[in-house]
Design a protein around this ligand. Structure first.
Ligand code: ACO
Length: 428
């Protein structure tokens, strides 16, 4: 392959370096184009812009491939655990038995949240959406643990912040839910595993032992693995961009949480269930909603359908669909939403509108149904996504800082007024 690309502008040729990744993806490095030609490239929504090189996650949207650090998502979902995957993403290799034991113990011992942080919950309205509370409280961690760390110099402290985040976010998440219900908060229990502890904080009565179903723990762990990273998506790019100013890791993660909340991103899993419920309440007429989604005069979209990069199938959706059937069967749940979801998928996948636009179910299409079967309330779905995505955000932040990447600062093409004179109406 030639190692330069030629860009011809106003008759002049500019040579730009070409870069090829380990999986054969190719890019033109236009970093110096503006200096040499005064042109910038314009790409609204970054549809064709690589913001970074990264060695963490690979995905091929055409072939439906997703791997973390080279390991296929299918193998990790079947054989690994969420904490092991978190270690892999953040530190680059699967842990040894000893490394894993230390990592797990360090996390387990930091699950408590400062009691002063707990007081912040009192300031939120009773019905506060847990995602808003999660964003605010993760941001508050930056003032409870203030320090400007450089991952290249302060390795031990960086690891401490990382472990602290992994340990405390489930506690904050469960408390955000309890707060939204007006219920007393449950404290973490160190004898429990990562997912068990979270479920216990969510569902235990303060005075009773809570029976944790291992099938539910298993399904939850798998869901977290499937969400753990997804390269340069909206929230991860937000974490990198915010983190590139060298703000605290907690603040960068909080920015990611806010970005994830939107209905076009992580908020879609809640929207999917609400959409399925709407269809059921409306008599289950799937064709009507497929027609609405196709109607350009109607703002309705099939939530959980379509993806910016997957244009064939989303491998996570495939795994989740199988898991969804299994979990519901095991728990003996007959959820009408699953029937409607399957009908919707079938109708959409045979419709030319969806075929032409390469719109397939994404990770969020079935995840809400499993979460519901596990007893997770709808307003917690996006919070669950955030818990899963946390190691990916951390890994991407760490990689960005370790490589001393410059502050993120896109350019623009100005389209407003050209110079005009101020008209004085006497406000001074
Ligand atoms: N229902 C109906 N039509 C759709 C849908 C949908 N869910 N998604 C895309 N389209 C149509 C668009 O109207 C557009 O049609 P046009 O070419 O005739 O104008 C075409 O497909 C391309 O859509 P874009 O919005 O340009 O695609 P983009 O890559 O910008 O958006 C997105 C991807 C945001 C995921 C979009 O498909 C969507 O809104 N889906 C529903 C929300 C959702 O499920 N989000 C979760 C994504 S996964 C995640 O973030 C974890």
């Amino acid at each position: 392959m030639s190692n330069t690309a030629q860009i011809i502008l106003e008759g002049k040729t500019y040579e730009m370096p070409v870069f090829e990744g380990t999986e054969g993806e190719k890019a033109i490095d236009i970093g110096k184009l503006r200096d040499q030609s005064s042109y910038i490239t314009l790409d609204s929504g970054y549809k064709n812009t690589g913001a970074t090189k990264s060695a963490i996650t690979f995905l091929d949207g055409e072939l439906g491939i997703l791997s973390y650090r080279g390991y296929p998502i299918e193998q990790l979902a079947e054989k690994s655990t969420f904490l092991e995957v978190a270690y892999l993403l953040i530190f680059g290799e699967l842990p040894t038995t000893e490394q894993f034991a230390t990592f797990k113990t360090n996390i387990t011992r930091r699950t408590l949240v400062n009691e002063d942080m707990r007081k912040i919950f009192d300031g939120f309205p009773v019905n506060a959406h847990p995602m808003g509370v999660l964003g605010a409280l993760s941001s508050a961690l930056a003032v409870f643990y203030p320090s400007q760390i450089d991952p290249n110099k302060d390795k031990a402290e960086t690891e401490l912040h990382i472990v602290r985040l992994l340990a405390k976010l489930p506690t904050i998440a469960a408390w955000a839910y309890k707060n939204s219900q007006g219920h007393p908060l449950n404290y973490p229990k160190n004898k429990l595993g990562y997912c068990e502890n979270f479920l216990n904080m969510m569902f235990a009565m303060p005075t009773e032992e809570y029976d944790i179903d291992p099938d539910i723990v298993d399904a939850l762990d798998k869901l977290l693995i499937l969400h753990a990273d997804h390269e340069q998506n909206c929230s991860t790019s937000t974490v990198r961009l915010a983190g590139s100013s060298q703000v605290s890791l907690y603040s960068a993660i909080s920015a990611g949480i806010s970005s994830l909340w939107g209905p076009l991103h992580g908020g879609a899993n809640q929207e999917v269930i609400e959409m399925l419920e709407e269809i059921i309440a409306d008599g289950g007429n799937v064709e009507k909603y497929v027609a609405k989604a196709k109607d350009k005069n109607d703002s309705f979209r099939l939530m959980g359908f379509g993806h910016r990069v997957y244009k064939n199938f989303d491998p996570r959706a495939k795994i989740i669909k199988v898991s969804c059937d299994k979990v519901l069967k095991k728990l003996g749940i007959n959820d009408p939403a699953l029937e409607v979801a399957k009908k919707l998928e079938e109708a959409a996948l045979t419709d030319p509108y969806f075929i032409e636009r390469k719109l397939y179910p994404n990770v969020d299409f079935y995840s809400g149904i499993i979460y519901r079967a596990l007893g997770i309330p709808t307003n917690m779905f996006t919070v669950m996504f955030a818990l899963g995505r946390l190691p990916g955000w951390i890994a991407q932040w760490k990689e960005m800082r370790e490589e001393n990447q410059p502050i993120g600062r896109p350019r623009q093409i100005y389209t407003g007024y050209t110079k005009r004179d101020y008209k004085d109406i006497g406000t001074r």
